[in-house]
Design a protein around this ligand. Structure first.
Ligand code: SF4
Length: 230
């Protein structure tokens, strides 16, 4: 095992030791998850969940009604998620695509698809990138693909799993190369939790971090402290 693979295994094991290994369980219907994830771009979970709930309160789970509604009504319903001028058209266009191509508001046809084919299919939806596609596939279908959000990108760069300027897609590829597929779900959830609770974007709590001895960021910080002393 090379050094990065050992580090990746160490990150997985230490976070599992602190946060446990979550059982996979589908929380949302795939189309709901797709819509929720479109709403989640550039905002926090609280706002995207609130926007989803407002949308459902206004239209029920009648996705056909959302597709046919005046765009202004959809924008108003999801306003709390921010970027509603971009998100509402993407959401409606995704529903339109399902209506045209599948004739129903379901993603059940993804279940038998190989993961790369399913990823490419979902990314053909307006406003859906590899993060959204991977979340839908991992969380709803248990397909082995590693979603990367800002928490995971930041920690991967700091840890030295990924290059300091690695794109989210490069980070995804790094983890997928270094980890067994069965570990993706657990590590994804645990890294997000660790990013929220310990490895904060502005003020990482390195002194309290179980990953500190594996992390390039702390090594770099120590070097800078030593240079400052002299
Ligand atoms: S040691 Fe610091 S920078 Fe590294 S993962 Fe932990 S909190 Fe983040």
């Amino acid at each position: 095992m090379n050094e990065r693979a050992e580090k990746a295994a160490g990150v997985y094991t230490r976070l599992a030791g602190v946060y446990g290994i979550p059982d996979w369980r589908p929380v949302n219907e795939p189309v709901d998850e797709l819509i929720l994830t479109i709403l989640s771009a550039n905002t926090n979970d609280r706002n995207s969940q609130a926007a989803f709930e407002t949308l459902v309160a206004r239209f029920g789970h009648d996705w056909d009604a959302v597709r046919r509604a005046p765009l202004a009504e959809v924008k108003a319903a999801i306003r709390v998620a921010g970027m509603y001028n971009q998100k509402a058209p993407a959401l409606v266009a995704s529903l339109e695509k399902l209506h045209q191509e599948v004739g129903a508001y379901t993603l059940d046809h993804l279940a038998p698809m190989p993961v790369e084919q399913a990823l490419a299919y979902l990314q053909s939806f307006p406003g859906v990138g590899h993060k959204t596609a991977s979340i839908v596939l991992l969380f709803c279908f248990r397909k082995q693909t590693f979603p990367v959000d800002t928490h995971i990108q930041r920690q991967s760069q700091r840890l030295g799993i990924s290059h300091a300027k690695a794109s989210p897609l490069a980070v995804k590829r790094d983890w997928e190369t270094l980890l067994p597929q069965a570990d993706y779900y657990s590590l994804h959830l645990n890294l997000i939790r660790h990013g929220r609770e310990v490895c904060d974007a502005r003020a990482p709590r390195c002194a309290h971090c179980v990953l500190a001895s594996l992390c390039d960021y702390t090594v770099q910080a120590e070097r800078e402290t030593v240079v400052e002393r002299f």
